[in-house]
Ligand binder design. Structure first.
Ligand code: PXP
Length: 246
Protein backbone atom coordinates (compact mmCIF):
# COMPACT_ATOMS: atom_id res chain seq x y z
CA UNK A 1 0.00 0.00 0.00
CA UNK A 2 1.26 3.51 -0.72
CA UNK A 3 2.52 5.60 2.17
CA UNK A 4 -0.16 7.76 3.69
CA UNK A 5 0.55 11.50 3.78
CA UNK A 6 0.08 13.39 7.03
CA UNK A 7 -1.13 16.96 6.69
CA UNK A 8 -0.84 18.93 9.91
CA UNK A 9 -3.52 21.54 10.53
CA UNK A 10 -2.04 24.48 12.48
CA UNK A 11 -5.27 26.49 12.97
CA UNK A 12 -5.40 25.66 16.65
CA UNK A 13 -2.05 27.27 17.33
CA UNK A 14 -3.55 30.47 15.93
CA UNK A 15 -6.62 29.99 18.15
CA UNK A 16 -4.39 30.06 21.23
CA UNK A 17 -2.46 33.06 19.91
CA UNK A 18 -5.64 34.98 19.21
CA UNK A 19 -7.02 34.28 22.68
CA UNK A 20 -4.49 36.87 23.89
CA UNK A 21 -4.43 38.98 20.76
CA UNK A 22 -0.63 38.94 20.59
CA UNK A 23 1.88 37.17 18.37
CA UNK A 24 2.54 33.94 20.29
CA UNK A 25 2.28 31.02 19.84
CA UNK A 26 3.07 31.56 16.17
CA UNK A 27 1.27 29.11 13.83
CA UNK A 28 3.93 29.64 11.19
CA UNK A 29 6.62 28.48 13.62
CA UNK A 30 4.46 25.44 14.34
CA UNK A 31 4.14 24.77 10.60
CA UNK A 32 7.91 25.00 10.09
CA UNK A 33 8.48 22.63 13.01
CA UNK A 34 5.82 20.23 11.73
CA UNK A 35 7.62 20.26 8.38
CA UNK A 36 10.92 19.48 10.12
CA UNK A 37 9.23 16.64 11.99
CA UNK A 38 8.08 15.07 8.73
CA UNK A 39 4.68 16.57 7.92
CA UNK A 40 3.88 15.93 4.27
CA UNK A 41 1.82 19.09 4.10
CA UNK A 42 0.40 21.90 6.19
CA UNK A 43 -3.28 22.71 6.32
CA UNK A 44 -4.62 26.12 7.28
CA UNK A 45 -8.19 27.39 7.16
CA UNK A 46 -8.59 31.11 6.55
CA UNK A 47 -12.10 31.61 7.89
CA UNK A 48 -14.23 34.54 6.82
CA UNK A 49 -14.26 35.85 10.39
CA UNK A 50 -10.46 35.31 10.76
CA UNK A 51 -11.05 33.68 14.14
CA UNK A 52 -7.75 31.78 13.98
CA UNK A 53 -5.57 31.99 10.87
CA UNK A 54 -4.97 35.56 9.65
CA UNK A 55 -4.16 36.81 6.17
CA UNK A 56 -0.58 37.52 7.25
CA UNK A 57 -0.21 33.88 8.36
CA UNK A 58 -1.06 32.71 4.85
CA UNK A 59 1.50 35.16 3.37
CA UNK A 60 4.14 33.86 5.81
CA UNK A 61 3.26 30.19 5.23
CA UNK A 62 3.58 30.61 1.46
CA UNK A 63 7.05 32.12 1.97
CA UNK A 64 8.27 29.71 4.63
CA UNK A 65 7.10 26.25 3.60
CA UNK A 66 8.78 23.69 1.38
CA UNK A 67 5.96 21.17 1.79
CA UNK A 68 2.60 21.81 0.10
CA UNK A 69 0.09 24.15 1.70
CA UNK A 70 -3.49 22.92 1.71
CA UNK A 71 -5.51 26.13 1.91
CA UNK A 72 -8.96 25.50 3.33
CA UNK A 73 -11.56 28.08 2.48
CA UNK A 74 -15.24 28.75 1.94
CA UNK A 75 -16.49 29.23 -1.63
CA UNK A 76 -16.59 33.03 -1.50
CA UNK A 77 -15.25 35.65 -3.90
CA UNK A 78 -12.93 37.05 -1.24
CA UNK A 79 -11.32 33.65 -0.59
CA UNK A 80 -11.07 32.88 -4.27
CA UNK A 81 -9.11 36.13 -4.81
CA UNK A 82 -6.74 35.27 -1.96
CA UNK A 83 -6.21 31.74 -3.31
CA UNK A 84 -5.58 33.04 -6.81
CA UNK A 85 -3.02 35.51 -5.48
CA UNK A 86 -1.09 32.80 -3.60
CA UNK A 87 -1.73 29.77 -5.80
CA UNK A 88 -1.21 27.21 -3.00
CA UNK A 89 -0.60 23.59 -3.93
CA UNK A 90 -4.12 22.63 -2.88
CA UNK A 91 -7.36 24.39 -2.13
CA UNK A 92 -9.93 22.55 -0.04
CA UNK A 93 -13.43 23.98 -0.28
CA UNK A 94 -15.28 23.67 3.02
CA UNK A 95 -18.70 24.81 4.21
CA UNK A 96 -18.57 27.62 6.70
CA UNK A 97 -21.10 28.91 9.20
CA UNK A 98 -20.26 31.74 11.53
CA UNK A 99 -22.03 30.23 14.51
CA UNK A 100 -20.22 26.86 14.31
CA UNK A 101 -17.20 26.08 16.45
CA UNK A 102 -15.55 24.03 13.73
CA UNK A 103 -16.44 22.76 10.25
CA UNK A 104 -19.43 20.72 11.26
CA UNK A 105 -20.53 19.02 8.08
CA UNK A 106 -19.47 18.38 4.55
CA UNK A 107 -20.15 20.71 1.63
CA UNK A 108 -23.51 20.46 -0.16
CA UNK A 109 -21.99 20.04 -3.61
CA UNK A 110 -25.01 18.43 -5.22
CA UNK A 111 -27.27 21.41 -4.47
CA UNK A 112 -24.81 24.06 -5.66
CA UNK A 113 -23.22 22.19 -8.51
CA UNK A 114 -23.22 24.89 -11.21
CA UNK A 115 -22.09 27.61 -8.88
CA UNK A 116 -19.25 25.47 -7.52
CA UNK A 117 -18.17 24.35 -10.97
CA UNK A 118 -17.70 28.02 -11.94
CA UNK A 119 -16.05 28.76 -8.64
CA UNK A 120 -13.35 26.09 -8.87
CA UNK A 121 -12.56 26.45 -12.59
CA UNK A 122 -10.15 29.43 -12.16
CA UNK A 123 -8.50 27.71 -9.20
CA UNK A 124 -7.79 24.65 -11.30
CA UNK A 125 -6.55 26.85 -14.15
CA UNK A 126 -4.17 28.52 -11.69
CA UNK A 127 -2.67 25.08 -10.96
CA UNK A 128 -4.23 24.42 -7.55
CA UNK A 129 -5.42 20.90 -6.80
CA UNK A 130 -9.04 21.37 -5.86
CA UNK A 131 -10.38 19.28 -3.02
CA UNK A 132 -13.94 19.24 -1.74
CA UNK A 133 -14.71 18.45 1.90
CA UNK A 134 -17.77 16.20 1.90
CA UNK A 135 -19.66 13.58 3.83
CA UNK A 136 -19.35 9.96 2.67
CA UNK A 137 -22.38 10.27 0.42
CA UNK A 138 -22.49 9.03 -3.15
CA UNK A 139 -24.56 12.01 -4.35
CA UNK A 140 -21.95 14.43 -3.11
CA UNK A 141 -19.09 12.39 -4.57
CA UNK A 142 -20.79 12.23 -7.96
CA UNK A 143 -21.34 15.98 -7.87
CA UNK A 144 -17.72 16.66 -6.83
CA UNK A 145 -16.59 14.53 -9.74
CA UNK A 146 -18.90 16.28 -12.21
CA UNK A 147 -17.73 19.77 -11.24
CA UNK A 148 -14.10 18.80 -11.91
CA UNK A 149 -12.64 18.46 -8.42
CA UNK A 150 -9.47 16.35 -8.37
CA UNK A 151 -9.70 15.39 -4.72
CA UNK A 152 -12.38 14.72 -2.13
CA UNK A 153 -11.73 14.90 1.58
CA UNK A 154 -14.09 12.70 3.56
CA UNK A 155 -15.42 14.25 6.77
CA UNK A 156 -14.49 11.82 9.55
CA UNK A 157 -16.26 13.87 12.26
CA UNK A 158 -19.40 11.72 12.61
CA UNK A 159 -17.27 8.59 12.97
CA UNK A 160 -15.00 10.21 15.58
CA UNK A 161 -17.91 11.73 17.53
CA UNK A 162 -19.71 8.37 17.69
CA UNK A 163 -16.52 6.74 18.94
CA UNK A 164 -16.06 9.41 21.64
CA UNK A 165 -19.70 8.99 22.75
CA UNK A 166 -19.36 5.20 22.94
CA UNK A 167 -22.04 4.74 20.26
CA UNK A 168 -20.23 1.91 18.54
CA UNK A 169 -23.11 0.92 16.24
CA UNK A 170 -23.13 4.40 14.70
CA UNK A 171 -19.34 4.50 14.66
CA UNK A 172 -19.11 1.23 12.76
CA UNK A 173 -21.86 2.28 10.32
CA UNK A 174 -20.03 5.57 9.64
CA UNK A 175 -16.79 3.67 9.08
CA UNK A 176 -18.49 1.30 6.67
CA UNK A 177 -19.93 4.23 4.69
CA UNK A 178 -16.52 5.88 4.48
CA UNK A 179 -14.92 2.62 3.38
CA UNK A 180 -17.46 2.11 0.58
CA UNK A 181 -17.30 5.73 -0.51
CA UNK A 182 -13.48 5.76 -0.57
CA UNK A 183 -13.60 2.84 -2.97
CA UNK A 184 -16.33 4.50 -5.02
CA UNK A 185 -14.57 7.87 -5.25
CA UNK A 186 -11.31 6.18 -6.20
CA UNK A 187 -13.12 4.25 -8.96
CA UNK A 188 -14.14 7.62 -10.47
CA UNK A 189 -10.52 8.74 -10.52
CA UNK A 190 -10.80 11.06 -7.51
CA UNK A 191 -7.94 11.20 -5.01
CA UNK A 192 -9.29 10.48 -1.53
CA UNK A 193 -8.27 12.32 1.63
CA UNK A 194 -9.90 12.25 5.06
CA UNK A 195 -9.94 14.27 8.23
CA UNK A 196 -11.68 15.98 11.11
CA UNK A 197 -11.59 14.94 14.74
CA UNK A 198 -9.04 12.13 14.25
CA UNK A 199 -7.16 10.98 17.34
CA UNK A 200 -4.78 8.16 18.24
CA UNK A 201 -7.88 6.06 18.95
CA UNK A 202 -9.68 6.70 15.66
CA UNK A 203 -6.91 7.14 13.10
CA UNK A 204 -6.14 3.52 12.30
CA UNK A 205 -9.43 2.28 10.81
CA UNK A 206 -9.44 5.26 8.43
CA UNK A 207 -5.72 5.01 7.66
CA UNK A 208 -6.33 1.38 6.69
CA UNK A 209 -8.51 2.31 3.68
CA UNK A 210 -6.16 1.63 0.77
CA UNK A 211 -7.67 4.45 -1.34
CA UNK A 212 -7.01 7.15 1.26
CA UNK A 213 -3.85 9.05 0.34
CA UNK A 214 -3.78 11.81 2.95
CA UNK A 215 -5.09 12.55 6.43
CA UNK A 216 -5.40 16.11 7.70
CA UNK A 217 -5.18 16.30 11.47
CA UNK A 218 -5.10 19.34 13.72
CA UNK A 219 -6.96 19.72 16.98
CA UNK A 220 -5.89 16.48 18.66
CA UNK A 221 -2.27 16.73 17.49
CA UNK A 222 -1.85 20.30 18.67
CA UNK A 223 -3.48 19.32 21.97
CA UNK A 224 -1.08 16.40 22.42
CA UNK A 225 1.81 18.71 21.56
CA UNK A 226 1.07 20.62 24.78
CA UNK A 227 1.94 17.47 26.74
CA UNK A 228 4.49 15.72 24.54
CA UNK A 229 5.85 18.36 22.17
CA UNK A 230 4.90 18.51 18.50
CA UNK A 231 7.60 16.10 17.30
CA UNK A 232 6.67 13.18 19.61
CA UNK A 233 2.92 13.81 19.10
CA UNK A 234 3.37 13.65 15.32
CA UNK A 235 5.71 10.64 15.57
CA UNK A 236 3.06 8.64 17.45
CA UNK A 237 0.37 9.57 14.90
CA UNK A 238 2.73 8.63 12.07
CA UNK A 239 3.54 5.31 13.74
CA UNK A 240 -0.15 4.44 14.08
CA UNK A 241 -0.83 5.44 10.46
CA UNK A 242 2.10 3.43 9.11
CA UNK A 243 1.26 0.38 11.21
CA UNK A 244 -1.93 -0.26 9.24
CA UNK A 245 -0.49 0.50 5.77
CA UNK A 246 1.76 -2.55 5.48
N1 PXP B 1 -9.86 18.67 7.26
C1 PXP B 1 -10.73 19.68 7.12
C2 PXP B 1 -11.31 19.94 5.78
C3 PXP B 1 -11.05 20.52 8.22
O1 PXP B 1 -11.92 21.54 8.07
C4 PXP B 1 -10.43 20.28 9.46
C5 PXP B 1 -10.72 21.17 10.63
O2 PXP B 1 -10.36 22.46 10.35
C6 PXP B 1 -9.51 19.22 9.54
C7 PXP B 1 -9.27 18.41 8.44
C8 PXP B 1 -8.79 18.91 10.81
O3 PXP B 1 -9.69 18.58 11.82
P1 PXP B 1 -9.19 18.46 13.32
O4 PXP B 1 -8.63 19.79 13.69
O5 PXP B 1 -10.42 18.09 14.07
O6 PXP B 1 -8.13 17.39 13.35
Amino acid sequence: MSKLRLGVNIDHVATVRNARGGSTPDPVRAAILAQEFGADGITAHLREDRRHIADADIDALMDALNVPLNFEMAATDEMQKIALRHKPHAVCIVPEKREERTTEGGLEVAREENQLAHFIAPLREAGCRVSIFIAADQRQIDAAHRIGAQVIELHTGAFCDAHAEGDFATRDAELEKMRDMSTYAHSLGLEVHAGHGLTYDTVQPVAAFPEVMELNIGHFLIGEAIFLGLGPAMAEMRRLMDEVRT
